[in-house]
Each structure stands twice: as C-alpha cells, then as structure tokens.
Design a protein around this ligand. Structure first.
Ligand code: RP5
Length: 167
C-alpha cells in the first residue's frame, strides 16, 4: 500500500503561495488515491536556484512525476522539464489579468525536445494532473491502480444516481 507518509513519488510545486487555491485540488486527489507526495513553493523567477536544485535532485529522491502549477509568465514547468528527466505535468493557474490564457500558452508552447504535459486551466487541470500522475504509477503500484479504479466507479455511480438535473 502506497501511503502519503511514505517517500514521495509525486512532487507538487507551484510558483507562489497564491497558486495553492488551485493546486490544492491536485493534492486532494493524490491523498484520495493514497499516492505519496510532497508540496513546495518553487518560483522560476523569484527562487531560480531552488528550482534548479529541486530538478537536479528529483530523480534520485524517487520522484516519478512532478506536477508544476504556475500563472502568468508561467516558466516553472518548462524550466523544471529542462533540468530533469522526471516527467513534468504542467497546470496553468487562472491568472487575474488574462484569465489563464497567458499561463496556458506559456506552459503548452514548449520547443520540440523538452516536453511538458499540459493540462486545463485551473482546478480541473490540477485535479486531472494528479489523476494522470496516478495513472502513470498504476502499473508499478497495484494499490494506486485499485484506488484509481474505485474512484472511476464512484464517479460513474454518482452521475448515474443523480441523472435528473431538476432534482
Ligand atoms: C507566478 O506568478 C505564480 O505561479 C503565480 O501564479 C503568479 C503570481 O504570483 P504572486 O504575485 O501572487 O506571488 O510566478
């Protein structure tokens, strides 16, 4: 059984504490699925040395995926991807000025050679990045596979049991 107290398999990083409102949805999903994880604020612009250090040590520390959320000039996911072979899942945070279009384009338009898997803007993107990370881990971690299967079944049951929108 993979538990949240174990050595982290997934790193969740964000460019600012102000991203937490969005990124908490990734953390909630990983906790629900029992995936060991860690959470940090690491900024491409304000703490670039910490970013390089995080990327340089990620693989050796056992991380199998990094979920990176950032808004505006969202360079965090791309810079992490440039400095580590650990797969980076990018979450565009919904910025105030441009509604997250700036974040989305900053993250998704990577040059060929350095991939970032980019998710939807905002809460849905954060939740789906966590589910995607769990799916990546499922083959090697049977407890994550069964938690993911249970989550899907529950989700289906919830929709099916509330299928009259007037109620
Ligand atoms: C980015 O700038 C962060 O990811 C955040 O979304 C945005 C604004 O940061 P704060 O000014 O709220 O700290 O680096």
């Amino acid at each position: 059984m993979v538990a949240t107290g174990d050595s982290p398999l997934v790193g969740i990083v964000m460019g600012s504490r102000s991203d937490w409102e969005t990124m908490q949805h990734a953390v909630a999903r990983l906790e629900q699925l029992g995936v060991a994880h860690e959470v940090r604020v690491v900024s491409a612009h304000r703490t670039p040395d910490a970013l390089f250090d995080y990327a340089a040590t990620a693989q050796a520390r056992g991380l199998r995926a990094i979920i990176a959320g950032a808004g505006g000039a969202a360079h965090l996911p791309g810079m992490l991807a440039a400095k580590t072979m650990v797969p980076v899942l990018g979450v565009p945070v919904q910025s105030k000025a441009l509604n997250g279009m700036d974040s989305l384009l900053s993250i998704v338009q990577m040059p060929a050679g350095i991939p970032v898997a980019t998710f939807a803007i905002g809460n849905a993107g954060a939740a789906n990045a966590a589910l995607f990370a769990a799916a990546m881990l499922a083959a090697e971690h049977p407890s994550v596979a069964s938690a993911l299967a249970r989550f899907r079944e529950q989700q289906t049951d919830e929709v099916a049991s509330n299928d009259d929108p007037r109620k």
